[in-house]
Structures are given as structure tokens and as C-alpha cells.
Design a protein around this ligand. Sequence first.
Ligand code: ZN
Length: 77
Amino acid sequence: MQGGKKQIFSAADNTGVVLEAKCPRCARKAHVDDDMENVKCASCGYSATYDEYIEVMKGRAVMMADDFQMNWDKNPF
Ligand SMILES: [Zn+2]
């Protein structure tokens, strides 16, 4: 256990889904910071604030709808 920050994610931690995002650049898994402020992809080096990431993904959600819907539903914003 590390701090109380993760409490809000406790339910989702069981699935391990919430803190992962799809990288808009390479479509691999990107990592969302615990504080939900930044998104970073270790595969291609993509980095953006979460707000920027959401804006990008909103524009692509139509194309990726089938693939993205699973994570999308679990990321409140
Ligand atoms: Zn990437």
C-alpha cells in the first residue's frame, strides 16, 4: 500500500484497467499517472497531459470505437 491516493481506484484496481490508456500514436498501452494528470507511452515516447490525451482520443473514438469502448467506459472525465 502506498498512501491513500489509490483509494478512488480501488474498485478498478481489481481489473487493472483504469490506469492504462491506449496510446494515440502507436496504439499500444500508455500509462496514466496515479493522479490522472499525465499520459505517457513507454513504447513510442508519447507524452501529454490527460486533458490533451482525452481531446485526441475524442477525435479518434469513432474510428476506434470497438476497440476503445472497454476502457472508455471506465475512465470518467
Ligand atoms: Zn505509443
